[in-house]
Design a protein around this ligand. Structure first.
Ligand SMILES: [Zn+2]
Ligand SMILES: [Zn+2]
Ligand SMILES: [Zn+2]
Ligand SMILES: [Zn+2]
Ligand SMILES: [Zn+2]
Ligand SMILES: [Zn+2]
Length: 515
């Protein structure tokens, strides 16, 4: 029994959404809702030595449930950015923008000058006594390096409430201090801000702590072109896993939406992937160490075979051996590698040589069917079929084999079969090792659904049978697609796929009902 949040009468009834507050009656729950609503999530913020603050589910969470929808504390241009509008953060061109009449920073129009987002650097630049003058629009502009830091430093003036929250975020300043990145940041931001803005408002230490907090907690948000950086409060406490149980989407406004692509059990830790779950283990670990300053020990990183997929492995050097090579020490991807079958060891240099060449060849390749098939044939000798490089080109191939409905109706049976096979394989693989990659999974499900529908059409032309089972499979994948993409905004390509998927789904349901 817990005390009612309103009258303290002992009760067994909890808020069913968060399971964390108790009420003696529906009336008291209603009365308390306005105060409780901002904190009513199906998780709590817990704390331990190892993880610091982290999120724990307070009840069973159903597939596709939204866990958290949160506006950013602050947002701004990426640290390396070409000139963008200081309001909407979209790119601007030399002959198609205005300069803010108060501070000189470029804007795409008067409506963006009025946005609150721009107030921080606008005022600071006015106090400087001299307008900013940006006239180079191609490529990264050094002046933009400090903008997001300035916005964080002045967050107290734009929102004291957000400033309080920003202060609580981890900056890892003590770990960063002295590193090459830190030294570069010190010159381009820490020493630059006081000099350029002619201000003594911020100490060097305060600036560098802010730079750290921004780097450790910043998310890349794709709602602007180019993507911008935003810091979220509660989402920052979500721990990292390369096999996470939450997916991250962004709505039109750039708010962060965390949701569960699969069911989550009560008391489970909630996690997102700070890196890219499509990368191999060595690349993810390097990226996490460089940007977030920690070594990942998640379940996927601890298992060198990545759940038996051998996603980062290469084939044994010995052509008579069918084994695969992986690091000889499970937690060190830089040590020598060893064949799991014949035990033969090779130097890391040999592995790097193959992987670098395989990566370079993808980069330099003109992406068409023929080249991709050639690539797959060639690298079959060195890479297992589930290797990340092989999958990277297979994903491209699935989309290139019939780019639209008209092309799909005329491709050869052979190519249709290939599209079906690769789409199926890729969905199986990524649902296993990267269930959070919902945009990719949703897109693949759409491709598979339409390929199955086309195959069904071809079969029913040849026989009088109506292959209901195939139609049902096509429906299954288009429903999966809708589930995976349901939170995607229509400013993204995935939002458009979602729209088409809903139309196809309804049509298929109708066909199946009458057949
Ligand atoms: Zn009560
Ligand atoms: Zn609640
Ligand atoms: Zn704008
Ligand atoms: Zn301005
Ligand atoms: Zn990991
Ligand atoms: Zn071997």
């Amino acid at each position: 029994m817990n005390p009612c949040a309103v009258c303290e009468t002992p009760t067994k009834n909890n808020c069913s959404n968060c399971n964390q507050v108790s009420y003696c009656s529906v009336q008291h729950q209603k009365q308390h809702w306005k105060a409780h609503k901002p904190n009513c999530h199906p998780f709590k913020i817990a704390h331990n030595e190892l993880l610091g603050r982290h999120l724990v589910a307070t009840r069973n969470i159903k597939p596709y449930e939204i866990i958290l929808k949160e506006a950013p504390l602050v947002r701004g241009p990426a640290q390396i950015s070409a000139p963008v509008c200081m309001g909407c953060l979209n790119s601007i061109e030399a002959n198609d923008h205005i300069d803010c009449d108060k501070c000189g920073w470029p804007l795409c129009g008067p409506e963006c000058q009025a946005l609150d987002e721009h107030k921080a650097e606008c005022q600071l630049t006015q106090d400087r006594g001299q307008k900013v003058n940006v006239h180079e629009f191609n490529g990264p502009h050094p002046l933009y390096t400090c903008v997001s830091t300035v916005r964080c430093l002045l967050i107290n003036e734009t929102s004291p409430e957000n400033a309080e929250k920003f202060k609580q975020l981890e900056s890892l300043e003590h770990t960063r201090r002295g590193s090459n990145q830190w030294k570069a940041d010190l010159a381009s931001i820490g020493q630059f801000i006081p000099k350029f803005f002619r201000t003594e408002k911020f100490s060097e230490e305060e600036i560098m702590r802010t730079v750290g907090a921004l780097q450790i907690n910043g998310h890349e948000v794709p709602t602007s072109d180019p993507p911008h950086v935003a810091v979220f409060y509660t989402a920052s406490f979500t721990e990292n896993s390369c096999l996470p149980n939450l997916a991250k989407s962004f709505n039109k406004n750039g708010d962060c939406v965390l949701w569960a692509p699969q069911a989550i059990k009560k008391n489970a830790h909630l996690s997102i992937c700070y890196s890219d779950a499509v990368w191999g283990t060595a690349d993810r670990q390097r990226h996490l160490m460089q940007t977030k300053l920690f070594k990942c020990i998640c379940d996927r990183c601890k298992d060198i075979t990545e759940l038996g997929t051998n996603y980062s492995a290469i084939k044994c050097e010995d052509r008579n051996c069918s084994g695969i090579l992986l690091p000889s020490k499970a937690d060190d991807w830089n040590a020598s590698w060893r064949c799991l079958e014949c035990q033969k060891q090779v130097q890391k240099k040999y592995v790097d040589g193959i992987l670098e060449r395989a990566g370079q060849d993808i980069q330099n390749m003109e992406k068409n069917e023929e080249n991709i098939l050639k690539y797959l044939k060639h690298y079959e000798k060195w890479l297992p079929s589930y290797h990340y490089h092989m999958n990277e080109v297979k994903i491209l191939l699935v989309q290139l084999l019939a780019k639209n409905q008209a092309e799909l109706m005329v491709i050869s049976d052979e190519k249709l079969t290939l599209k079906l096979q690769y789409a199926r394989d890729l969905i199986l693989l990524y649902e296993k090792i990267a269930p959070c990659e919902v945009r990719m999974l949703g897109t693949l499900c759409f491709e598979l659904h339409s390929a199955i529908a086309e195959q069904t059409r071809r079969i029913s032309l040849q026989t009088s049978l109506s292959p209901k089972e195939m139609l049902e499979e096509s429906l299954l994948y288009v429903e999966k697609c809708v589930n995976y993409l349901q939170y995607e905004s229509d400013i993204f390509i995935e939002g458009h796929i979602l729209k088409q998927a809903k139309i196809n789904r309804d049509a298929l349901r109708m066909v199946i009902r009458i057949s």
